[in-house]
Design a protein around this ligand. Structure first.
Ligand SMILES: [Fe+2]
Length: 357
């Protein structure tokens, strides 16, 4: 299976992962053949990418670290909270304690899954319209934060607090006007100011909630602060920003870059890492960034890459010990040749290519 841009998918392609619309209804299931009607439906639902099975990706397996069922449960809860806050009449009603309890149980289940998958690297496999970005993003930030937190040695109790804070960071976006939130172009200054207010909205929604730790609330309030003081809302610097917040910040930025958003298509993981590297250690925590490199799969199976030699291939297997040196099946020239970059040390990946030309 491999991920392809919807503009490059042909009618008749076999779908490799289910796709959902913004109501979390199934648009097309795994194994189905793509028809013209469904393709149009997917485009209308603003689905930008699809996983397909084809000749090129034969035998390429993408086993998600967190099960689709667990992730779907997370989306359902996040959607409930978002929608309860989007309704102006209900905005003054606090998020129900029972919902927070449900969320906590779910984060706890995800921590259990993470503990059971020791060396596996993380890659996102979610397929939803860009409208769903906000729910998806919350769940991704939570999972990535937990992975980094675990690798950095946090105990289970602190992981739970980190996961809850990371997941609820952007809950206040539910109160940002939709036309700003889903604007396709760049935000102007006043729109950006309103967008920044999501931090205060998030804090206001959660501040009196029994059952949510002060550490989780701190993550929510400070997740846009930067170490050099250029962040918001307080312009805090260095030690004023606790480690758990720094973790959520790195994950928030990383997840945003590698996702399809209303105004931008996803960017490959290797490029996202370079963007984060350029902000480290001035704005982002060096140790957290280094740990991110250990937990994400830079070239997940199915990625099309160009080698330094100019050959193009598909990643068929990641290498957990050396993420930049996966196993590749060549698709140009010596088609079908398997190159293990761990063995061929003079070869290297030059870049990710979006499609075969
Ligand atoms: Fe945010």
């Amino acid at each position: 299976m491999r991920l392809v841009n919807i503009n490059d998918v042909e009618v008749g392609s076999q779908i490799a992962k289910p796709v959902y619309d913004s109501k979390l209804s199934l648009l097309i299931n795994k194994g189905a053949k793509l028809s013209e009607t469904i393709l149009n439906k997917l485009i209308n639902a603003d689905i930008r990418h699809l996983y397909i099975e084809d000749e090129i990706s034969k035998g390429v397996n993408l086993e998600p670290m967190i099960s689709d069922e667990l992730k779907l449960q997370a989306f359902v809860i996040m959607k409930q909270i978002y929608e309860s806050q989007m309704n102006e009449n209900k905005q003054n009603e606090a998020v129900r304690e029972s919902t927070i309890k449900e969320l906590k149980d779910l984060v706890d289940d995800i921590i259990t899954e993470i503990y059971s998958r020791n060396e596996q690297k993380y890659f996102s496999t979610e397929l939803m319209g860009a409208e769903m970005y906000h729910y998806n993003h919350s769940v991704e930030v939570m999972i990535l934060s937990l992975l980094i937190g675990r690798k950095m040695g946090l105990d289970r109790e602190r992981l739970l607090k980190l996961g809850m804070g990371a997941m609820l960071c952007d809950i206040g976006k539910s109160r940002v006007p939709q036309e700003i939130l889903n604007k396709k172009g760049k935000l102007d200054e006043s729109e950006f100011d309103e967008m920044k207010r999501h931090v205060d909205y998030s804090y206001a929604i959660l501040k009196d909630l029994v059952g949510l730790s002060s550490l989780s609330r701190q993550i929510v309030l400070l997740h846009h602060e930067k170490l050099d003081g250029t962040g918001y809302p307080n312009g805090f610097t260095g030690d004023q920003i606790p480690l758990l917040v720094r973790i959520a910040t790195v994950c928030d930025i990383f997840s945003a870059i590698v996702s399809d958003r209303t105004y931008n298509n996803r960017i490959s993981v290797d490029t996202a890492i370079e963007i984060l590297r350029s902000a480290t250690p001035l704005k982002l925590d060096q140790d957290v960034f280094q740990t991110l490199l250990q937990v994400v799969d830079i070239y997940p199976p199915g990625t099309l890459v160009e080698l330094g030699t100019g050959q193009v291939g598909i990643v068929i297997e990641s290498n957990p010990n050396s993420p930049t040196r996966p196993k590749i099946r060549i698709l140009s020239g010596n088609r079908g040749e398997i190159i293990d970059l761990m063995q061929e040390l003079s070869l290297f990946i030059k870049k990710v290519v979006p499609k075969l030309t």
